[in-house]
Design a protein around this ligand. Structure first.
Ligand code: TUI
Length: 321
């Protein structure tokens, strides 16, 4: 297992999840200042917005940070150009295969860390020159794959020789400890940072996360080929009904358009899309990004130091009697 802090230039082996419309310069710089790797999520944004957030981030931190490129974004090519021009230290990608961008990013000395949801894509991006992969299980929020974190991470660890960062379902020290036990070298955390004091998402969105139970998320859009994990609300129920009726993909996608923005910016958590991981039920307090990171890693270290993991009885039971 490698120390991913050297690769990322961070104090802690943690990356902030890229949350479209949410992870802007404020959150990214807060996480980077707190010792993690803050990420600007470009989502479906245009390249000019990304350039402006990169420059704002640099005004708020002198620590390394990254930009996430959501590969379904029609502006992805232009965003890659901006990332190179602005010498962003790290790029993460999501929702597709970033193969065609890797050579260009590497030749600009940018670290490339794709989010993958399968062993096959992990192997492909390693061959194309990726520096690490983020193996994201379907416990995560937003766009997801099929495999769970518990099953995906060790299989990816066995299949590649680059560091593996675990994502999906991790929001405390137990999750971090478990990820390392599976062979991960770091973690990506999204849902918990939604309620960071520095996160500018609407208070309604934060309150819904803070009140969520274990069973409150659902994956919509499986029928469209773009499954998205969200908190259950009217929009999610409407989409699921359309999917059950085998409605046209265009009809389903139409009611989802603009819905994330509505929840994030306008606080419409009824008709908006409240993307969240399954671990929201564990997220119960608003803290600064620094408080979250320190608390999570203290918990993880305590687990390693104090908990004897007992797989068979040893010592306390006399061997011969
Ligand atoms: O990208 C994400 N999460 C996201 S992106 C997003 S914005 C959006 N809004 C509406 C519809 C779609 C997206 C919200 N949440 N996470 C990273 C991630 N990537 N999870 C799973 C994957 C993934 C899935 C399949 C990566 C690669 C992949 O490969 C397909 C292929 O081409 O082999």
């Amino acid at each position: 297992m490698v120390n991913i802090c050297g690769l990322l230039g961070t104090e802690y082996p943690i990356i902030q999840g890229a949350m479209a419309w949410i992870a802007d310069a404020y959150l990214a710089s807060a996480v980077s200042n707190a010792g993690g790797l803050g990420i600007i999520a470009s989502g479906n944004a245009e390249a000019d917005w990304v350039r402006s957030e990169i420059r704002k981030t640099r005004e708020m931190t002198d620590k390394p940070f990254g930009v996430n490129v959501m590969l379904l974004n029609p502006h992805a090519d232009a965003i890659i150009d901006v990332i190179c021009e602005e010498h962003v230290p790290v790029v993460t990608t999501g929702a597709g295969n970033p193969g065609k961008y890797i050579t260009k990013l590497k030749s600009n000395s940018i670290k490339v860390i794709p989010v993958i949801a399968s062993v096959a894509l992990a192997i492909r991006v390693e061959r194309a020159g990726a520096d690490a992969v983020i193996a994201e299980g379907q416990e995560g929020g937003g766009h997801i794959g099929e495999a769970t974190t518990m099953a995906l991470v060790p299989q990816v660890v066995d299949a590649v020789n680059i560091p593996v960062i675990a994502a999906g379902g991790i929001a405390d020290g137990r999750g971090i400890a478990a990820a390392f036990m599976l062979g991960a070298s770091g973690v990506q955390v999204g849902t918990r940072f939604l309620v960071a004091k520095e996160c500018t998402v609407s208070q309604n969105y934060k309150d819904m996360i803070l009140k969520a139970k274990d069973s409150d998320t659902v994956a919509t859009g499986r029928s469209t080929g773009h499954p998205v994990r969200v908190l259950k609300n009217k929009l999610a129920r409407d989409i699921l009904i359309l999917e059950k009726r085998n409605a046209d993909i265009s009809e389903i996608e139409k009611i989802g358009t603009g819905a994330l923005r509505a929840a994030v910016k306008d606080g419409d958590v009824v008709n908006g899309s409240v993307m969240s991981g399954q671990i929201a039920g564990l997220v119960k307090k608003e803290q600064t990004a620094r408080e979250m990171i320190v608390e999570m890693f203290e918990e993880a270290e305590e687990i390693y130091e104090s908990r004897a993991i007992i797989c068979r009885s040893r010592g306390s039971i006399p061997r011969n009697g």
